[in-house]
Design a protein around this ligand. Structure first.
Ligand SMILES: Nc1ncnc2c1ncn2[C@@H]1O[C@H](COP(=O)(O)OP(=O)(O)OP(=O)(O)O)[C@@H](O)[C@H]1O
Length: 486
């Protein structure tokens, strides 16, 4: 039944979308396999060069700038039409900032951003308006990113209002089509966010992001606020929508096991820099940057055959240094077990050491040493990591078991009518807890700003400027600010 539903939804795709999908029909398993081998010659949709975002730190009566948080500090990458680029890294490494800058919700401090060959780095708010249709963002928090006072119909149709677009057949019909496309019922049109569970709310956020038929969707931790079983369903939905609509994704996640399933290529960020950028297979099978290797070793492998075998985990000892004054040379040298003098003094460039695999490291793993003359380890290197050898027992692979379980569940649900099954179960849940949630939402709405996705930013400097930009960008904050009259 789910298949029927999906087919119906696919059939309902408007001609432009179908054409776009055909245009970028390379979102197929074969296409993915080719790309994994590095034979990707598709058109570049987004090109980022030397991108920087520094947040000034000001002090004193005159508010003089005394330092800056170098959240993104000179990164280069490309995203090709129809592909999914995963961006991973520890908390605070600049992933979200990068996402907000490439969607032009925040202004970059330096570097250039090209979209479809056009420089969009310093477009004015007015000139950015048409671009908002082509680039959309999905936010992490499915609870905070939807205005509790607006109906689902009003939330999903907000982009049409803000852009002055009248879809063929009318707004209501188009919103209902979008709801169906993301596995919700068109009858949910008049309901309120508190009546839905996390997974359903994220589907609503996805429907809103797709309303204007964007070419690029930047998803910032799209599933990290959801239960593991629901995560797999939302990830599968995004994957299906990509194939149906020919979307291009940049998916930001701190969790490697999420991007692993959906990405063609993965960029690993550390303290505002990309330290490795490679196709998924190379990155998982032969990571080159020691940081990537450490991140990988912490990811449980969902392979039942490996249970009972020994596995080695690399535990990085030191804390992530401050992005206000990042370490000299290679930023990872203070936590790297391979660091030598050159790592402290010279910043390694991001070089393609194997086809399709770029790394910024003087002493990479699985590749020729770039500074073989430099052999004496720094004293910090000797104590940088702890190797933990453990037996992969079922208990220790709990994470992987969960992933498997989630995948099995998602597959079963997909076969047995995924969206409806989930929707029904979730509506039951939501109905059960509806009252309590309604009270909370109401209180949040009346109190002030709800638990917004922009809440974190609101606590930071530059927040108001961001909020304004976000408002223009049809972000949830825009919705909310309108309704609260702020
Ligand atoms: N508006 C802001 N003003 C000042 N500093 C900021 C602002 N936004 C982000 N930062 C800082 O920039 C750095 C990168 O933050 P960012 O949110 O981009 O990281 P992240 O990798 O997405 O982390 P997380 O996964 O925790 O969101 C952090 O040190 C953060 O405190």
């Amino acid at each position: 039944m789910s298949e029927t539903k999906k087919t119906d939804a696919a059939d309902a795709v408007v001609p432009q979308q179908a054409a776009a999908a055909e245009d970028r029909a390379d979102v197929t398993p074969e296409g993915r396999a080719d790309r994994a081998k590095g034979s990707d010659d598709r058109e570049v949709l987004l090109r980022v060069q030397g991108l920087q975002k520094h947040f000034p730190i000001r002090k004193g009566v005159l508010q003089r700038q005394v330092a800056a948080v170098k959240a993104v500090d000179g990164i280069d990458f490309e995203v090709r039409k129809g592909e999914t680029l995963g961006v991973v890294g520890e908390s605070g490494c600049g992933k979200s900032t990068m996402g907000r800058v490439i969607t032009r919700l925040q202004d970059p401090t330096g570097g250039t951003i090209e979209f479809e060959g056009k420089d969009i780095t310093s477009l004015s708010a007015g000139k950015l308006r048409p671009l908002r249709r082509d680039i959309q963002m999905i936010f992490q928090d499915p609870y905070g990113s939807l205005n509790p006072r607006h109906t689902i119909g009003s939330i999903v149709s907000a982009p049409f209002r803000l852009q002055g677009v009248e879809p063929e057949g009318g707004v209501k019909k188009e919103v209902q089509r979008l709801l169906e496309l993301v596995g919700l019922s068109p009858e949910h049109y008049n309901r309120y966010p508190h009546e839905f569970s996390g997974g359903q709310r994220q589907r609503i956020g996805i429907a809103r992001a797709l309303a204007l038929k964007p070419k690029l969707v930047v998803a910032d931790e799209p599933v990290s606020a959801l239960d593991v079983s629901i995560q797999a369903q939302v990830v599968n939905l995004m994957d299906d929508l990509q194939s149906e609509l020919g979307l291009t994704y940049v998916i930001i996640a701190h969790d490697l096991s999420v991007v692993r399933h959906v990405s063609d290529r993965i960029a690993v960020m550390y303290l505002g820099k990309i330290v490795e950028l490679a196709d998924r297979t190379s990155l998982y099978e032969a990571p080159m940057h020691p940081y990537t290797k450490a991140l990988m070793s912490a990811v449980p492998v969902p392979d039942p055959k490996r249970r009972g075998t020994k596995s080695e985990r690399i535990l990085l000892r030191g804390d992530v240094p401050s992005p206000i004054s990042p370490p000299s040379g290679c930023r990872f040298h203070t936590r790297c077990w391979k660091a030598t003098e050159i790592c402290k003094t010279a910043e390694p460039p991001l070089l393609e050491l194997k086809p399709g695999q770029q790394v910024a490291c003087h002493h990479p793993e699985n590749a020729e040493d770039q500074a073989p003359q430099d052999t004496v380890l720094l004293s910090v290197a000797k104590a940088a990591v702890e190797l933990v050898t453990s037996e992969e027992t079922p208990a220790e692979t709990e994470g992987s078991a969960e992933v498997e379980e989630a995948e099995a569940e998602a597959a079963a649900v997909a076969e047995a009518d995924a969206p409806e099954a989930e929707v029904e179960a979730e509506v039951e849940d939501a109905e059960a807890s509806g009252e309590a949630e309604a009270d909370e939402s109401e209180a949040a709405a009346e109190g002030d700003e709800p638990e917004a996705s922009g809440e974190a930013e609101a606590a930071k400097p530059e927040a108001s400027a961001e909020a304004e930009t976000a408002a223009e960008a049809d972000e949830p904050e825009a919705d909310r600010q309108k309704s609260t009259g702020k």
